[in-house]
Write a protein that binds this ligand. Structure first.
Ligand code: KMH
Ligand code: ZN
Length: 280
């Protein structure tokens, strides 16, 4: 990744699987709320959406019908690249996480290893990761390799060596920094991670909680792309809760413009990542 990268891919991760609606009432959880959020975020600079869906009880679910309806609705009402999470919640079984791919999104997350996740464990066995990668190749779904710790970049190199390039032929990673149990969210760690990224790959970065801003500044300075959203942080500033996801996207877009790397439109992001234009 060169610092002269022309524009910035901004991904919004609006919901996640960790926050309870009762604790965070402005979290988008219904399909209508998700689509409205997606439209607002696209308007202020997002070009990709990382989606976790919630059921009627507002709890995380991997219900295939709901995932299919969500992909359809987001495609009909936005131009965003639609990325489904295969990470789900820490309690989701592997077969349910694999089934997410049957909803045929443009892109899907593929976490490159097991990591402690607060008091929980986010399990990603090697055979499971390989299965995700291969099924995405078969279906033409472009992966985003989620990296929670630097050693997972060595696993990514092994995956590409042993199983080939992903659908679309381009490797894009997302550094998820500052998870308790994963790599810290600071500039030093981001630079260390970049040394281990496969040649020719692009990267986004997101910092969980209070690491959001340092990671955003470091990623922009290093020529990377950005992920923001209420999945990753619900506080906007010290003592101030996030108003909505668009507020986070607008801040990221403003910083990207200041860095002379304005938000990339979704069409250019599809080209960058190797996502088929015809999926939309
Ligand atoms: N919810 C986390 C356990 C992903 O979306 O692929 C995992 C996660 C990663 O959010
Ligand atoms: Zn996620």
């Amino acid at each position: 990744m060169s610092p002269s990268t022309p524009g910035t891919l901004i991904t919004v991760a609006p919901t996640g699987a960790e926050h309870a609606k009762s604790d965070v009432p402005n979290l988008p959880v219904t399909l209508d709320e998700l689509v409205a959020t997606a439209r607002d975020c696209e308007r202020v600079g997002a070009s990709m959406i990382h989606v976790h869906v919630r059921g009627a009880d507002a709890r995380p679910t991997l219900d295939l019908e709901l995932l299919r309806d969500t992909v359809t609705a987001l495609r009909e009402q936005t131009s965003l690249v639609v990325q489904l999470s295969t990470g789900g919640a820490v309690t989701d079984p592997e077969e349910d996480r694999l089934r997410v791919l049957d909803a045929l999104p443009d892109s899907a997350s593929c976490t490159m290893g097991t990591v402690n996740f607060g008091d929980d464990v986010f399990m990603n066995r090697w055979e499971f990761v390989v299965e995700l990668h291969n099924r995405m190749r078969e279906r033409g779904i472009v992966p985003e390799y989620e990296i929670f710790d630097i050693g997972q970049l060595a696993s990514l190199r092994r995956l590409l060596d042993e199983h080939g390039l992903p659908a679309g032929g381009h490797v894009h990673v997302d550094l998820v920094m500052g998870v308790p149990g994963g790599m810290p969210g600071d500039a030093e760690t981001l630079v260390a991670a970049l040394r281990a990224i496969p040649d020719g790959a692009t990267f986004s970065a997101t910092g969980i909680g209070r690491t959001t801003l340092p990671v955003m500044f470091a990623a922009l300075a290093a020529g990377g792309h950005l992920r923001v959203g209420m999945e990753d942080t619900i506080s906007y500033a010290r003592g101030e809760r996030v108003k909505d996801n668009a507020q986070l996207v607008a801040r990221a877009a403003g910083l990207a413009r200041i860095a002379q790397r304005p938000p990339l439109p979704a069409g250019e992001v599809r080209e960058l990542l190797g996502v088929s234009q015809s999926n939309s």
